[in-house]
Design a protein around this ligand. Structure first.
Ligand code: F6R
Length: 614
């Protein structure tokens, strides 16, 4: 939440900072702003709303450019999303400019103290207090980094701060606690960003910053210390994607591009997981097989769409390994006093690697001595760094706020984890595991087919775009798919959409079915477990009450034909793998539905990607 950019170099800082903000806009789009150092003064512009508004403002009232600058795109927490509360915030002399991501929890006390000392605040934000505190610190030291460290020691809560000082034209300082910040290393230039997308156009060499660290960038140097000025350890890494991955590439929306990339995302997540002897290997796994053999309970913790991947994981882990598995919303986990010990493995799932609820769950679990393994898509992010082990999904950068390829890659990684457990616990023969992997390796073809057959889904979305309520039903792993279908529609189309376990409908929700209500039903593959038959009965029950049924069923399942107003065919896959193909038409439906209503598909209202507040 909130995107931050900092730059020191020889290029136009305005161009670099605005370019970085454009690529970070998915992190928040309530307002945008820049501050640049020009001949010993700060020139700054800020505007409420999307960056287009800031672009227009800069065109109407150009500001002096420089080669050092900072910028911000906001997801509002303290203070309404207006021009006044937009970042950067300046001290009263206009010498210091500050941008911030996070929440400073003790800001009210700090603000009262500053006001009592005669400082005049012009915004309602917590951020502005930092500019004033720095102003005071700089009365007693010339060292900007020391002043920042001293202020950071006084702050509580979560913050990434990026700061520039008109009197030090070739320095930008960053500080982080609980919110993300990475360094981009260039030649004769250096960058700061909430994530690497901020500077990917210029460099793919990045430095991960740790908790409670302050970084000073100049053209040629990067110096990192802790909040007390002691040199700090950092980790350098090379980003394995380039700027083209962070661009729309001819698609109208990032979301459409990301939906289209799903066969690759799944294939890349599966890639290189076999050792020479045919065994499954997870090479980012920092837990030994012996440690994993000790595990007698798994708890999968995540938020939003990632939570639905966690629900799929539960089915796979319990079915394939017989290890008891719970799933828990990250925002609830640490407040219910969960029973954890050394033999509990907490698995967290996060596309961004920065979700605060999930990060707090990890810290809590580790305090209770549980081991934590994270499934994550973002190298260099906080969650993998704070976990005992990590399995990276290889979906590439996800820019659209609504997660799509991130989800499919997460589900794939969950299957890999479950199968790995089955292998090391010896509860499945090698050829059984190899056969499931073989099925998994076929799914990119099935996903591609769903993409190729998307026209019928788009037509359906256009037809139904007047609906104000749509339901989604599923059983078994089709249940999380139903929940995900409903979430996508809610967040993009802003209509009422709800997912239910199909068997649960008769216990109450069936009362909402009325003539013409569209209901999607994900039908499990036919098998020994009667799941398909039971779901077909559920379709009959709702159709008898007037629902307009949109049925997703595998090829050859003719039982559903008499009860389907619309039938979307799915490729045949084993039951547990069905989410990989069944989710795709629901994503396409939601994006098309939102387009029909004229909504911004990539940046839905009130939302931001990477939720770094609790
Ligand atoms: C929905 C969506 C969110 C995220 C959730 C967790 O489309 O994207 O619900 O899934 O905020 O985010 P991560 O996976 O980054 O932890």
């Amino acid at each position: 939440m909130c995107g931050i950019v900092g730059y020191v170099g020889e290029r136009s800082a305005l161009e670099v900072v605005m370019g970085g903000l454009r690529r970070l806009e998915y992190r928040g789009y309530d307002s945008g702003g820049v501050a640049l150092i020009h001949e010993g003064t700060i020139s700054s512009a800020k505007k409420a709303g999307k960056l287009l508004n800031l672009d227009a403002e800069l065109k109407a009232n150009p500001i002096a450019d420089g080669t050092t600058g900072i910028g911000h795109t906001r997801w509002a927490t303290h203070g309404a999303p207006n021009d006044r509360n937009a970042h950067p915030h300046l001290d009263s002399t206009g010498r210091i400019a500050v941008v911030h991501n996070g929440i400073i929890e003790n800001f009210a006390a700090l603000r009262a103290e500053l006001e009592a000392a005669g400082h005049e605040m012009v915004s309602e934000t917590d951020t502005e207090t930092v500019a004033h505190l720095l102003h005071d610190e700089l009365e007693s030291t010339d060292d900007l980094a020391e002043a920042v460290r001293s202020v950071c020691r006084r702050l509580r809560g979560a913050f990434t701060l990026v700061i520039c000082d008109a009197q030090r034209p070739d320095i930008v300082i960053g500080a982080r606690r609980n919110s993300p910040l990475v360094v981009g290393r260039g030649k004769g230039e250096n960058f700061l960003g909430s994530d690497v997308a901020a500077f990917i156009e210029y460099t793919r060499d990045a430095i991960e910053l740790g908790q409670d660290q302050v970084v000073t960038i100049t053209r040629d140097d990067v110096v990192v210390t802790d909040f007390f000025g002691e040199p700090a350890e950092t980790k350098e890494y090379h980003v394995d994607w380039d700027v083209s991955a962070a661009e729309k590439g001819g698609f109208d929306w990032f979301m459409l591009k990301e939906i289209d990339e799903q066969p690759q995302a799944v294939a890349d997540t599966l890639l290189g997981r076999h050792s020479i002897d045919g065994l499954l290997q997870l090479d980012e796994m920092r837990l030994s097989d012996d440690e994993l053999r000790e595990v007698d309970k798994v708890i999968v913790v995540a938020a939003g769409t990632s939570f639905y991947a966690a629900m799929v994981a539960k089915y796979a882990i319990e079915h394939w390994t017989r290890i008891p598995c719970e799933v828990e919303l990250a925002s609830e986990f640490r407040y219910r006093d969960p029973i954890l010990d050394r033999s509990t493995l907490v698995v967290t799932i996060s596309q961004s690697g920065e979700t605060m609820d999930t990060l707090m769950a990890i810290r809590y679990a580790r305090q209770q001595r549980a081991r934590v393994l994270s499934i994550c898509n973002t190298n260099g992010s906080t969650i993998p760094r704070e976990s005992d082990a990590v399995i990276y999904t290889h979906a590439g950068p996800e820019v659209a706020v609504a997660s799509t390829k991130g989800f499919l890659a997460q589900v794939t990684a969950c299957y890999l984890l479950a199968l790995y457990f089955a292998q090391i616990k010896g509860v499945k023969y090698g050829d059984e595991i190899a056969s499931i992997i073989g099925e998994l390796e076929k799914t990119p073809t099935g996903i591609q087919r769903m993409l190729d057959e998307a026209d019928q889904v788009r037509k359906l979305a256009a037809e139904l775009s007047g609906s104000r309520s749509i339901l989604f039903l599923g059983r078994h792993v089709g249940y999380p798919v139903a929940l995900e279908g409903a979430l996508k529609l809610k967040e993009l189309a802003y209509i009422h959409a709800e997912g239910f376990a199909a068997g649960e409908l008769k216990h109450g929700p069936i009362a909402v079915i009325e003539e013409g209500l569209p209901v999607f039903v994900i039908v499990p593959p036919r098998g020994r477990d009667q799941l398909q038959e039971k779901t077909v009965s559920n379709i009959q029950e709702i159709r008898a009450r007037g629902a307009r049924t949109i049925v997703l069923a595998e090829d050859g399942d003719d039982d559903v034909v008499p009860y389907s107003d619309h039938l979307i065919r799915l490729p045949r896959v084993p039951t547990l793998l069905q989410p990989l193909v069944a989710t795709v038409p629901l994503q396409i439906f939601a994006s098309e539905f939102a387009s029909q209503l004229g909504h911004d598909v990539d940046q839905p209202r009130n939302l931001a990607k990477s939720v770094t507040v609790e």
